[in-house]
Design a binder for this molecule. Sequence first.
Ligand SMILES: [Mg+2]
Length: 368
Amino acid sequence: MHIETIKAYRLMQPFVEGRYNMSKGRGADGFDAVIVSVTSNTGLTGWGEMAPLGNFYSAAFAAGAQAGVAEIAPHLLGQDPRALTRLNRLMDTVFKGHPYIKSALDMACSDLTARAAGVPLVTMFGGRESDMADLYRVVTHGPVETMAANAKQIVSEGFHRLQVKVGGIVHDDIERVAAVAASVPKGTVIFCDANAGWSAYQARQFVDATREIDYTMEQPCVSIDDCLSVRRSLDKPMVLDESVTSLEEMLDIHRRGAADGLTLKISRLGGVTKTRQIRDLAVDLGFMVTVEDTGGAEVDTAAMAHLSLSTPEERRLHAIAFHEWVTVRTARNAPPVIGSRMGIPDGPGLGIDVDLELLGKPFLDASY
Ligand SMILES: [Mg+2]
């Protein structure tokens, strides 16, 4: 079997709830996604997706993803799409760095491989550990009263896990988290995600003033050194997200005892093949793990769901349903969301059925 055709489409995916805000004025109105199809000479097609969150979240941007996919795709034509490790090595050989441009291609080849084997991707990722994964919802950064009201609303919809955005002016963030915690029932799981917005000094001020509140701290500062220094005065669990950019970084975090949990983002790590490898090692090393991504709709959410459900329940933190964030429906048979939990679609591969009409004309159409 070999790769006969690669197509890539650009798709704007506006957010249902309007602007998504993080600290320091960072925000986005939607995902600007690249969706990739890889078709074999035997007529099988696999799908992949990559969408950055604006230009400010990870070292990735939409125009870069489009240009990168177009640049790297011709190297994959004629290759066996099922030779995933080899394909990843090839992509890293012909194009140094830039893992996010490789992610949708790796995802599409993985989908194709599982479809060829007649198994869902979750089976290829190590096997299904449970039927559904717990979802979290984000309370985006804003005025104290708005955040408390949003948290209350989310909980009233049946969710038990909140990620509260912090990382701005410390004293305001202390008020934000106190107001959110006071507005939700006891037992609601709260993550305070600073998105690397604080210095260690600021993070320590926040930690000291919020000792009475039950939460998990997520990525307070940019560097692992600063996060580790905060962790030394933290009496709560610490999760790192932005710092986990590769296998080497994950091992470094482990060696230095810098975190209890990790948020693995598929595109930041270069695709599902590498994410699966890092996930498996992280689980064996004792980390709690969330597998998610920087953005995307049904294709990307399905990939996240297959990786989440193949993560052992006792090591899994939570998942996110990005396809419910956006106003476009890119596929039928999307990952089912029941209450505050998400499953995987039935069927081989990702299990989804992409709506070709919605995608329109590809910006890349390359054949062997
Ligand atoms: Mg985060």
